[in-house]
Design a protein around this ligand. Structure first.
Ligand SMILES: NC(=O)c1ccc[n+]([C@@H]2O[C@H](COP(=O)([O-])OP(=O)(O)OC[C@H]3O[C@@H](n4cnc5c(N)ncnc54)[C@H](OP(=O)(O)O)[C@@H]3O)[C@@H](O)[C@H]2O)c1
Length: 320
């Protein structure tokens, strides 16, 4: 495994991070989920990402249980707040920041998280209030560092320029061969301010592994066929896209790697990316995906990828 520094923090994070959206405490059975976490540690992953909202709090509870026996300083733990919880709690007000961190710490069975992230920008709360509350959380020792997910560049700039508050060290955008919006302004704004990207859906939820074939129904047991996890998988029905992904296969073959590894290597080619946050429903997937660490993609290869994917590459801005 290789490690990168997370922005201006003192955290060294593995280039692959294990995420828990939809999967743990949710669509993946606990014993299989536990095997994925064990495999992650076995292959050198030291970075785990979750959120209060994942499976309505159950992802954090699951992680609290399976991480309980590991030394707390042997891994970097990240969670988030903002989205609506089952009891109606939501947003980044001072009250919510204090309430949500305490609820997350209780579910995660720990005294602190290494990274506390704002899952989206809260347009209903003044930025000063959010940043002051987050600063109080850091100074109380409940979170070591702060991050955000899918914030617009102008709000990143505004936040880092506020006086007297803790600074963000990480940004969590969607980023993959197919989703490149962050290159427009989030990555430049981050680079200028000591902020790294930790990127979500680097495999486009499995599409970039090539297992969804054009003209064939999605294979049984995949996210696209899952009742609880398949809601955001429209791309698995885009025949043109699926065909183009298959055209990437010779590139991976020539490099002696899998398509999943090509997708991971592609996001890690960007120096401002500290880690690729993968999901995994099986331990073998964790093993496959970390094989993308340390694979160098030269300019000619990157050019071929761009040519094949063509107009299937999307450039939307942040989801906030
Ligand atoms: N900040 C945000 O707003 C946000 C949003 C979304 C996600 N995230 C974070 O990012 C993490 C990753 O997101 P994601 O789950 O969409 O990421 P992803 O890595 O793009 O997709 C993961 C899914 O692809 C399939 N897969 C993974 N590796 C595979 C392999 N080697 N071969 C074949 N299939 C494979 C698995 O699904 P099946 O086996 O079920 O097909 C797996 O659950 C989340 O867990 C979460 O922590 C953050």
């Amino acid at each position: 495994m290789r490690f990168r520094q997370l922005g201006s923090s003192d955290l060294q994070v593995s280039e692959v991070c294990l995420g828990s959206w939809l999967t743990y405490g949710g669509g993946v059975a606990d014993d299989r989920a536990e095997a994925c976490v064990a495999k992650a540690f076995e292959v050198g992953i030291n970075f785990i990402d979750t959120a209060n909202v994942y499976s309505g709090g159950r992802a954090e509870e699951f992680l609290g249980e399976v991480l309980a026996d590991r030394p707390r300083d042997s891994y970097v733990l990240a969670t988030k707040l903002y989205f609506g919880m089952p009891n109606g709690d939501r947003g980044l007000s001072r009250e919510q920041v204090h309430k949500q961190i305490d609820d997350s710490l209780r579910r995660l069975r720990t005294d602190y998280v290494d990274l506390y992230q704002c899952h989206r920008y809260d347009w209903d709360t003044p930025l000063e209030e959010t940043m002051e509350a987050l600063t109080e959380v850091v100074r109380a020792g409940k979170a070591r560092w702060l991050g955000f997910s899918e914030w617009p560049a102008e709000k990143i700039e505004e936040a880092v320029n506020l006086p007297g508050v803790e600074k963000f060290v990480s940004s969590q955008p969607q980023y993959s061969m197919l989703w490149r919006g962050p290159e427009r302004d989030v990555i430049p704004a981050s680079k200028a301010n000591g902020i790294s990207q930790i990127v979500w859906s680097p495999l486009a939820q499995g599409i970039l592994t090539g297992k969804y074939k054009p003209g064939e129904p999605p294979p049984e047991g995949t996210r696209a066929t899952s009742e609880s996890m398949g809601h955001f998988m429209d791309a698995a029905r885009d025949e043109v896209l699926l065909e183009r992904v298959q055209q990437l296969r010779p590139i991976a073959d020539e490099l002696g790697i899998t398509l999943a590894q090509l997708a991971i290597a592609w996001v890690l080619r960007e120096p401002n990316v500290a880690s690729a946050i993968i999901g995994a429903s099986r331990p073998e997937q964790v093993e496959d995906n970390v094989g993308g660490v340390g694979v160098h993609l030269d300019e000619a290869t990157l050019g071929r990828i761009d040519e094949i994917l063509g107009d299937k590459v999307r450039w939307e801005g942040p989801a906030s």
